[in-house]
Design a protein around this ligand. Structure first.
Ligand code: SF4
Length: 292
């Protein structure tokens, strides 16, 4: 379904298509990174783990079934032109997709733990809005399973800690998480902003295709340094040892208060599942990675 232009469909149907695409097809950039990793691993255990992951991905695609039992919580970004009715359309699409794909009903009340049964509930669906003057509406979804989301960390570092402090915080976060977020995946990092904005940037960073370089040379160098450092750690696929702890590192940056150095890490697992649909007057184009 990726990169196919179709005639316009109701928005809720587009949302179902997006959720099906994200659940059943690993983005090609993530798949290529897994294949490259399989080529450089020398550990039999690591190679076996990567082989099992890739076989799982192939079967999910072939059978049109979710690639992981934890179909996650869908997080949406809407960019371009839209009106407020889009939230209801997205909710209808989530409920429909939960039944038809099917997706595991994951949302519960945080205190009673009662399951809503439809991946909705209070405050759901989570939708971020990015209004622009473009002549399109773009809906992007990221599926976030608990294994990786539970490893999210945020810190207000002392500004004096600087770049080295950031590198240490990210490295400690990834290594402390071990095999729990199902490595190798993508490490999304937010740098700067306020506390809430910093965490949001870390998650948004996971949407960026691995085969697109960060346009900011300073951040690009930090990403490369972290990629080498984390993959030299020996943690490896599923935390069982090897040379592939991460498939990529993506950093987003915003200005911050002179007395603050906020940093956030949001980890994507090997099943970093994302999809976008750009809707114009003439059709819909689906893709599986986007820099917002
Ligand atoms: S961390 Fe990812 S691959 Fe592991 S169980 Fe959760 S969704 Fe699935």
């Amino acid at each position: 379904m990726a990169d196919v232009v179709k005639l316009p469909e109701p928005t809720e149907k587009v949302v179902v298509n997006l959720l099906r695409l994200a659940n059943t097809k690993l983005p090609t950039d993530v798949g290529w990174a897994l294949e490259a990793a399989a080529g450089w691993e020398t550990s039999d255990t690591a190679a076996a783990q990567l082989g099992a992951i890739m076989e799982n991905v192939r079967k999910a695609d072939l059978l049109a079934r979710p690639m992981c039992q934890d179909t996650g919580i869908p997080i949406f970004w809407v960019r371009g032109k839209f009106d407020s009715s889009i939230v209801k359309d997205i909710a209808v699409g989530v409920e429909e997709a939960t039944k038809t794909i099917p997706m595991r009903p994951n949302t519960v009340d945080p205190l009673t733990r009662q399951n809503y049964g439809n991946n909705l509930g209070e405050g759901m669906p989570i939708v971020h809005f990015l209004p622009t003057d473009d002549d399109f509406t773009e809906i992007t979804v990221l599926l976030k399973g608990a294994g990786s989301e539970n490893m999210t960390k945020f810190a207000m570092l002392n500004p004096a800690e600087g770049r080295e402090g950031v590198i240490k915080f990210v490295t400690d976060t990834v290594l402390d998480a071990g095999g729990r977020p199902c490595p190798p995946g993508i490490i999304g990092i937010g740098l700067g902003g306020t506390a809430d904005e910093c965490v949001a940037m870390a998650k948004q960073a996971l949407l960026e295709p691995l085969d697109e370089e960060n346009p900011d040379p300073v951040l690009r160098q930090m990403e490369e340094d972290l990629f080498v450092k984390l993959n030299s750690s020996g943690l490896g696929p599923m935390g069982l040892g090897g040379a592939t702890t991460v498939l990529g590192v993506k950093i987003r940056r915003a200005a911050c208060h002179t007395a603050s150095l906020p940093v956030a890490v949001n980890t994507g697992c090997w099943a970093t599942r994302r999809a976008s649909a750009r809707i114009t007057a003439t059709g819909i184009k689906y893709a599986q990675g986007v820099r917002l």
